[in-house]
Design a protein around this ligand. Structure first.
Ligand code: ATP
Ligand code: MG
Length: 272
């Protein structure tokens, strides 16, 4: 199992949208995917029709009660994607955790026994330099950084790259930066083109070729508890996330899988 953390300390850059739709795109290619929600806001869980407030099996409980992660895994409406909900207690984990010395690696330790069951683990990180953010860095093979086009994007990215470098040194880990992905791009705007060109000149090949266009379809999909591929299969959002999956998988060097033979049917998990 390879682990990919979708990170950015800035809020609202498309992390959750990217984590959920990348998971769905990879599952459609035949990979078994575990989506792990590291955000106390639980946006990924809500997007899949699950309510962490009513669900006792969460990542926070696994950490606090020292229980195995396998007890916390749930199926989703997306064939091939299973999920671990974060849980609201993640917000105060720093205060509650029993052993602060091992706290920065607790996620890596919990993931170890489930590795044989999945090809890919995708982690949706919170928009904060919190304990779960550090855990994302200490357990990831690869990092994916969604960023929205704005003049401040490059500044935020420079700060993030410095934080990643510090984590590499302090935690003695070496997650690879798989790529920076521009999201919510409005191709009609000169500003968006200018920001994209600037990021490509500063970060070179670290900026993925594929960008994600701005589309209301991607905004709607979570409200229907669906991925973009079921909500609006022909949309620009579906095309962009499909192509992004190819680029990310190539950089991750995951071996190609047979597409699953069962028909991919997504159902609303909330609806039972
Ligand atoms: N390409 C897009 N086009 C239009 N809307 C989008 C697009 N990508 C994401 N959104 C919307 O923008 C908002 C923020 O996206 P998302 O929740 O994925 O960001 P995030 O980085 O996970 O936020 P947070 O930092 O709060 O966790 C959501 O309402 C989402 O539906
Ligand atoms: Mg999010």
């Amino acid at each position: 199992m390879k682990t990919v953390a979708v990170i950015n300390q800035k809020g609202g850059t498309g992390k959750t949208t990217t984590a959920v739709n990348l998971a769905a795109a990879c599952a459609a290619r035949g990979y078994w995917v575990l989506l792990v929600d590291l955000d106390p806001q639980s946006s990924a869980a809500y997007s899949l029709g699950l309510d962490p407030a009513r669900e006792p099996a969460t990542l926070a409980r696994a950490i606090l009660d020292e229980r195995p992660l396998v007890d916390m895994i749930r199926t989703t409406g997306i064939e091939g994607v299973e999920v671990v909900l974060g849980g609201p207690e993640l917000a105060t984990l720093e205060l509650r955790i029993k052993n602060p010395l091992t706290a920065v690696r607790v996620l890596a330790r919990l993931l170890e026994p489930v590795k044989p069951a999945y090809d890919l683990c995708i982690m949706d990180a919170p928009p904060a330099l919190s304990l779960m953010f550090t855990n994302a860095l200490s357990s990831a093979d690869g990092l994916l950084v969604p960023v929205t086009p704005s003049f401040l994007s490059a500044k935020g990215l420079e700060a993030l790259m410095a934080t990643i470098d510090e984590a590499r040194a302090d935690l003695q880990v070496n997650p690879e930066l798989l790529g920076i992905v521009l999201t919510m791009v409005d191709k009609r705007l000169a500003l968006d083109k200018e920001v994209e060109a600037n990021l490509r000149s500063v970060f070179g090949a670290k900026v993925l070729e594929q960008t994600i266009r701005l589309t209301v379809r991607l905004k709607e999909a979570p409200g229907h508890f669906r991925s973009i591929f079921t909500h609006a299969p022909g949309s620009s959002g579906a095309q962009d996330y499909d192509a992004l999956a190819d680029e990310v998988l190539a950089r991750l060097k995951l071996p190609v899988r047979q597409e699953k033979e069962t028909e991919v049917i997504e159902v609303s998990a909330a609806g039972g």
